[in-house]
Write a protein that binds this ligand. Structure first.
Ligand SMILES: C[S@@+](CC[C@H](N)C(=O)[O-])C[C@H]1O[C@@H](n2cnc3c(N)ncnc32)[C@H](O)[C@@H]1O
Length: 456
């Protein structure tokens, strides 16, 4: 049907639900309008920003009647800071919306009208749950400061008094580094002009061990006294590992090689009893408590009895495979990042796990080689990035013909399209799907699904 709205038009809309990605969904005589900044149950006035063939996008201008699920956001930076979007939506409604998004994806994209999902596993902690924070330096009226991007802006960073997603220790370390940078009169790097010096602070915390790691990222040149910076951080006994990294590119990223300034080169986290080394750039799920829940569900779905050959594809630093290894005959991990594989091998040694081996490679291109080495798998766990089983990976996985696939997903839309192919072309059925909320107040939703090969 022709779009019943025009760009720039102001509409009055009732929001029915929350789409994956976090926009409110309204219907205008059946025509879908995605509304940024509106919550389910709200009546809003909204301005249309984009009109497509089957839907339009709009930006809420005013809440005319607030949803009964609206609550007071506890963070003083809410609405300005780009970190959290839904602190003002009751947590029960956030979790319900995420569960619905997983189901909707399976029904619409997966073409599974009878799909069922199990109740979402809600987050155990609504605040203070992140074990990794990456701050940018900026200038505010108080001088140099540390914070996050302003909501919707790549070129503006706001200073923070507090972040409710980190711990008291995390907030205190950020304040100490900010005060140090003010004292040293360091100049923040300006993304737009490429001028300035000090760029980012990364704070990582082993939540089950109490150990913390800090990385300072600057532009090239040594414009601070490293010994004094170390002294400032050594006031915190939890800080065990202090690094400095130089980013000489305009790109805003923190994953650059680091130089150890003081302490251990890595810290440790404990996940489901496993000791995990956390190096400055190593991937680790950022919510430790919920990673344990996620991995436990993956373990339950894998249903291991001690005789299985298990593949852990997209294994990162090997945490899922290593948590499964005691219940498996053998575990084979495959992951594109050589650095992550080095960590996985180190983690296997640290935990004296002898039946797990890890290889660096692209799943789509090297799965056949892995089968030559490892034999056919009985169970395959996949935990791909948001793009899902991209390239040749999906077909290669289907061709393996494993009795069970455990699909850990951070994007229900790619999960659904991958599941559709595995069901229609490779003879699998979707047996279970359990959404998990690892990131309250954000649009992210994870899930674990179990697929079984029919007729085995
Ligand atoms: C969501 S993470 C999974 C991490 C790990 N399972 C965990 O829980 O810690 C996805 C991983 O896939 C890796 N990756 C991305 N594309 C890949 C590819 N084509 N082949 C193999 N690994 C890939 C990334 O480097 C990343 O470590």
């Amino acid at each position: 049907m022709a779009a019943p709205v025009r760009r720039g038009e102001e509409l009055e809309l009732r929001i029915d639900s929350l789409a994956y990605g976090g926009n409110g969904v309204a219907r205008l005589n059946g025509f879908v309008v995605f509304v940024r900044g509106a919550l389910p149950g709200d009546r809003v006035s909204a301005r249309v920003t984009k009109v497509k063939r089957g839907f339009a996008e709009a930006e809420a201008q005013e809440v005319l009647e607030g949803s009964g699920d609206r609550v007071e956001a506890p963070c003083p930076h809410f609405g300005i800071c780009g970190g959290c979007r839904f602190q003002d939506l009751a947590y029960r409604a956030q979790a319900a919306a995420k569960e619905q998004q997983v189901l909707d994806s399976l029904v619409r994209i997966g073409r599974l009208p009878n799909a069922m999902v199990e109740p979402i596993v809600p987050a155990a902690s609504l605040y203070h749950y992140r074990n990794k924070l990456e701050y940018s330096f900026t200038t505010t009226e108080d001088g140099i400061d540390l914070g996050f991007h302003r909501a919707g802006r790549w070129d503006e960073v706001i200073g923070l008094d507090v972040c409710l997603l980190t711990t008291d220790l995390g907030n205190s370390v950020r304040e100490a580094v900010r005060d140090w940078a003010r004292e040293e009169k360091l100049e923040p790097y300006d993304q737009a002009t490429g001028e300035g010096y000090i760029r980012h602070l990364v704070f990582r915390e082993g939540r089950n061990t109490g150990q913390a790691l800090v990385v300072l990222v600057t532009a090239p040149g040594e414009r601070f006294e490293t010994g004094y910076f170390v002294d400032v951080l050594r006031r915190f006994p939890e800080v065990r590992s202090i690094h400095w990294a130089v980013n000489d590119t305009p790109a805003e990223h923190t994953n650059v090689p680091t130089k150890l300034l003081w302490g251990e080169d890595a810290i440790e986290e404990r996940i489901l009893g496993l000791r995990v080394r956390v190096r400055p750039g190593a991937f680790l799920q950022t919510n430790t408590e919920m990673a344990e829940r996620l991995y436990s569900i993956a373990g339950e779905f894998a249903g291991l009895t001690g005789v299985e050959n298990v593949f852990d594809l997209y294994c990162g630093t090997g945490t899922i495979g290593l948590s499964l290894a005691p219940a498996a005959k053998t575990v084979w991990g495959l992951e594109i990042s050589e650095e992550a594989i080095a960590c996985a091998i180190e983690n296997a040694e640290l935990n004296e796990i002898e039946n797990a081996r890890f290889f660096a490679g692209n799943v789509g291109q090297t799965l056949e080689e892995l089968v030559e080495e490892a034999g056919s798998p009985d169970v395959v766990v996949v935990d791909p990035p948001r793009a899902g089983l991209a390239g040749k990976a999906l077909r290669r996985l289907g061709e393996l013909g494993a009795a069970r696939i455990v699909y850990v997903s951070c994007n229900p839309t790619t999960l659904a399209s991958d599941v559709k192919v595995l069901l229609e072309e490779f003879g699998y059925e979707l047996v279970r799907c359990r959404p998990v909320d690892m990131f309250p107040h954000t649009p992210h939703v994870e899930s674990v699904s179990l697929l079984e090969k029919r007729g085995l």
